[in-house]
Write a protein that binds this ligand. Structure first.
Ligand SMILES: Nc1ncnc2c1ncn2[C@@H]1O[C@H](COP(=O)(O)OP(=O)(O)O)[C@@H](O)[C@H]1O
Ligand SMILES: [Mg+2]
Length: 152
Protein backbone atom coordinates (compact mmCIF):
# COMPACT_ATOMS: atom_id res chain seq x y z
CA UNK A 1 0.00 0.00 0.00
CA UNK A 2 1.24 3.47 -0.80
CA UNK A 3 0.01 6.99 -0.21
CA UNK A 4 0.47 9.86 -2.64
CA UNK A 5 -0.66 13.46 -2.43
CA UNK A 6 -1.66 16.07 -4.99
CA UNK A 7 -2.19 19.82 -4.75
CA UNK A 8 -3.63 20.44 -8.21
CA UNK A 9 -5.35 18.76 -11.14
CA UNK A 10 -2.02 18.93 -12.97
CA UNK A 11 -0.25 17.03 -10.18
CA UNK A 12 -2.95 14.39 -10.32
CA UNK A 13 -2.44 14.08 -14.08
CA UNK A 14 1.28 13.73 -13.47
CA UNK A 15 0.65 10.91 -11.02
CA UNK A 16 -1.56 9.21 -13.60
CA UNK A 17 1.15 9.67 -16.20
CA UNK A 18 3.68 7.87 -13.99
CA UNK A 19 1.24 5.04 -13.38
CA UNK A 20 0.56 4.76 -17.11
CA UNK A 21 4.27 4.62 -17.90
CA UNK A 22 4.87 1.92 -15.30
CA UNK A 23 2.00 -0.27 -16.47
CA UNK A 24 1.95 0.26 -20.20
CA UNK A 25 3.90 -2.89 -21.06
CA UNK A 26 1.80 -5.20 -18.92
CA UNK A 27 -0.53 -7.26 -21.12
CA UNK A 28 -3.55 -6.63 -18.90
CA UNK A 29 -4.13 -4.61 -15.75
CA UNK A 30 -7.40 -3.49 -14.18
CA UNK A 31 -7.29 -0.24 -12.21
CA UNK A 32 -10.24 0.43 -9.91
CA UNK A 33 -10.79 4.08 -9.01
CA UNK A 34 -12.78 4.66 -5.85
CA UNK A 35 -13.71 8.20 -4.86
CA UNK A 36 -16.58 10.68 -4.71
CA UNK A 37 -17.82 12.72 -7.62
CA UNK A 38 -15.20 15.39 -8.36
CA UNK A 39 -12.43 13.63 -6.46
CA UNK A 40 -10.31 13.34 -9.60
CA UNK A 41 -10.88 9.89 -11.08
CA UNK A 42 -11.20 11.17 -14.63
CA UNK A 43 -8.32 13.62 -14.17
CA UNK A 44 -6.09 10.73 -13.05
CA UNK A 45 -7.26 8.67 -16.03
CA UNK A 46 -6.28 11.51 -18.38
CA UNK A 47 -2.73 11.21 -17.07
CA UNK A 48 -2.74 7.43 -17.37
CA UNK A 49 -3.77 7.81 -21.02
CA UNK A 50 -0.87 10.20 -21.65
CA UNK A 51 1.50 7.68 -20.08
CA UNK A 52 0.36 5.11 -22.63
CA UNK A 53 1.00 7.57 -25.47
CA UNK A 54 -2.66 8.32 -26.12
CA UNK A 55 -3.30 11.73 -27.70
CA UNK A 56 -7.08 11.68 -27.74
CA UNK A 57 -8.99 13.70 -25.14
CA UNK A 58 -10.21 11.50 -22.28
CA UNK A 59 -13.44 12.61 -20.65
CA UNK A 60 -16.59 11.11 -19.12
CA UNK A 61 -19.56 12.01 -21.26
CA UNK A 62 -22.95 11.42 -19.71
CA UNK A 63 -24.42 8.03 -20.59
CA UNK A 64 -21.25 6.71 -22.16
CA UNK A 65 -19.98 4.00 -19.89
CA UNK A 66 -17.16 2.65 -22.01
CA UNK A 67 -14.61 4.39 -24.17
CA UNK A 68 -11.70 2.77 -25.93
CA UNK A 69 -8.50 4.67 -26.71
CA UNK A 70 -5.49 3.50 -28.71
CA UNK A 71 -1.98 4.96 -28.47
CA UNK A 72 -0.30 6.67 -31.41
CA UNK A 73 2.03 3.70 -31.89
CA UNK A 74 -1.02 1.38 -31.75
CA UNK A 75 0.69 -0.74 -29.09
CA UNK A 76 -1.38 0.27 -26.10
CA UNK A 77 -5.11 0.21 -25.48
CA UNK A 78 -7.00 1.91 -22.69
CA UNK A 79 -10.56 0.92 -21.84
CA UNK A 80 -12.09 3.64 -19.69
CA UNK A 81 -15.25 2.55 -17.93
CA UNK A 82 -17.39 4.98 -15.99
CA UNK A 83 -20.12 2.94 -14.31
CA UNK A 84 -21.81 5.83 -12.50
CA UNK A 85 -24.92 5.54 -14.67
CA UNK A 86 -24.82 1.81 -15.17
CA UNK A 87 -28.29 1.32 -13.70
CA UNK A 88 -29.71 3.80 -16.24
CA UNK A 89 -28.02 2.06 -19.12
CA UNK A 90 -29.27 -1.40 -18.15
CA UNK A 91 -27.59 -4.66 -17.41
CA UNK A 92 -27.01 -5.98 -20.93
CA UNK A 93 -23.50 -4.61 -20.72
CA UNK A 94 -20.85 -7.33 -20.82
CA UNK A 95 -18.29 -6.02 -18.37
CA UNK A 96 -16.47 -9.34 -18.06
CA UNK A 97 -15.35 -9.07 -21.63
CA UNK A 98 -13.19 -6.09 -20.64
CA UNK A 99 -12.27 -7.18 -17.13
CA UNK A 100 -10.91 -10.51 -18.41
CA UNK A 101 -9.53 -9.17 -21.67
CA UNK A 102 -6.47 -7.29 -22.84
CA UNK A 103 -5.03 -3.86 -22.31
CA UNK A 104 -5.25 -1.41 -19.46
CA UNK A 105 -8.74 -1.12 -18.00
CA UNK A 106 -9.65 1.81 -15.76
CA UNK A 107 -12.95 1.56 -13.91
CA UNK A 108 -14.63 4.53 -12.25
CA UNK A 109 -17.37 3.55 -9.75
CA UNK A 110 -16.25 -0.10 -9.60
CA UNK A 111 -18.58 -1.05 -6.74
CA UNK A 112 -21.51 -0.73 -9.11
CA UNK A 113 -20.43 -4.19 -10.30
CA UNK A 114 -18.95 -5.61 -7.12
CA UNK A 115 -19.74 -9.22 -8.11
CA UNK A 116 -17.83 -8.90 -11.38
CA UNK A 117 -14.62 -7.40 -10.04
CA UNK A 118 -11.46 -9.34 -10.92
CA UNK A 119 -9.15 -11.10 -8.44
CA UNK A 120 -6.11 -9.06 -9.46
CA UNK A 121 -6.29 -5.30 -9.62
CA UNK A 122 -4.74 -2.00 -8.66
CA UNK A 123 -7.14 -0.19 -6.34
CA UNK A 124 -6.69 3.57 -6.09
CA UNK A 125 -8.80 5.28 -3.46
CA UNK A 126 -9.01 9.05 -3.85
CA UNK A 127 -9.97 11.33 -1.01
CA UNK A 128 -10.65 15.04 -1.31
CA UNK A 129 -8.80 16.70 1.57
CA UNK A 130 -9.20 20.33 0.39
CA UNK A 131 -10.42 22.31 -2.63
CA UNK A 132 -7.31 21.36 -4.57
CA UNK A 133 -5.87 18.71 -2.29
CA UNK A 134 -6.24 15.01 -2.87
CA UNK A 135 -4.93 11.91 -1.12
CA UNK A 136 -4.38 8.70 -3.07
CA UNK A 137 -4.10 5.27 -1.53
CA UNK A 138 -2.71 2.73 -3.96
CA UNK A 139 -3.10 -0.93 -3.21
CA UNK A 140 -2.02 -3.68 -5.53
CA UNK A 141 -3.91 -6.94 -5.23
CA UNK A 142 -2.33 -9.67 -7.33
CA UNK A 143 0.84 -9.62 -9.35
CA UNK A 144 0.77 -7.25 -12.31
CA UNK A 145 0.87 -3.88 -10.55
CA UNK A 146 3.39 -4.50 -7.72
CA UNK A 147 6.16 -2.72 -9.60
CA UNK A 148 4.01 0.32 -10.26
CA UNK A 149 3.11 0.70 -6.60
CA UNK A 150 6.75 0.33 -5.57
CA UNK A 151 8.12 2.88 -8.00
CA UNK A 152 5.38 5.49 -8.28
N1 LIG B 1 -5.58 17.92 -6.85
C1 LIG B 1 -6.58 17.70 -7.72
N2 LIG B 1 -6.67 16.53 -8.37
C2 LIG B 1 -7.67 16.29 -9.23
N3 LIG B 1 -8.64 17.17 -9.54
C3 LIG B 1 -8.59 18.37 -8.93
C4 LIG B 1 -7.57 18.68 -7.99
N4 LIG B 1 -7.79 19.93 -7.54
C5 LIG B 1 -8.89 20.37 -8.17
N5 LIG B 1 -9.38 19.44 -8.99
C6 LIG B 1 -10.61 19.59 -9.81
O1 LIG B 1 -11.54 18.60 -9.35
C7 LIG B 1 -12.28 18.11 -10.46
C8 LIG B 1 -12.09 16.61 -10.58
O2 LIG B 1 -12.99 16.16 -11.56
P1 LIG B 1 -12.95 14.70 -12.18
O3 LIG B 1 -11.55 14.29 -12.45
O4 LIG B 1 -13.90 14.69 -13.32
O5 LIG B 1 -13.51 13.84 -10.95
P2 LIG B 1 -14.30 12.46 -10.95
O6 LIG B 1 -14.00 11.74 -12.23
O7 LIG B 1 -13.75 11.75 -9.74
O8 LIG B 1 -15.75 12.79 -10.79
C9 LIG B 1 -11.79 18.84 -11.69
O9 LIG B 1 -12.62 19.93 -11.95
C10 LIG B 1 -10.39 19.29 -11.28
O10 LIG B 1 -9.96 20.43 -11.96
MG1 LIG C 1 -15.27 10.87 -13.70
Amino acid sequence: MKKKYSNSAQETQNLGYEIGLLLKDEPHVVILLDGDLGSGKTTLTQGIAKGLGIDQVVNSPTFTILKKYISKDKKHTLYHLDLYRLSDVGSDFDLEEYIDGQGLVVVEWPFQVEDLLPNDYLMIRIRKTGDNQREFILECVGYPCKRAVEYV
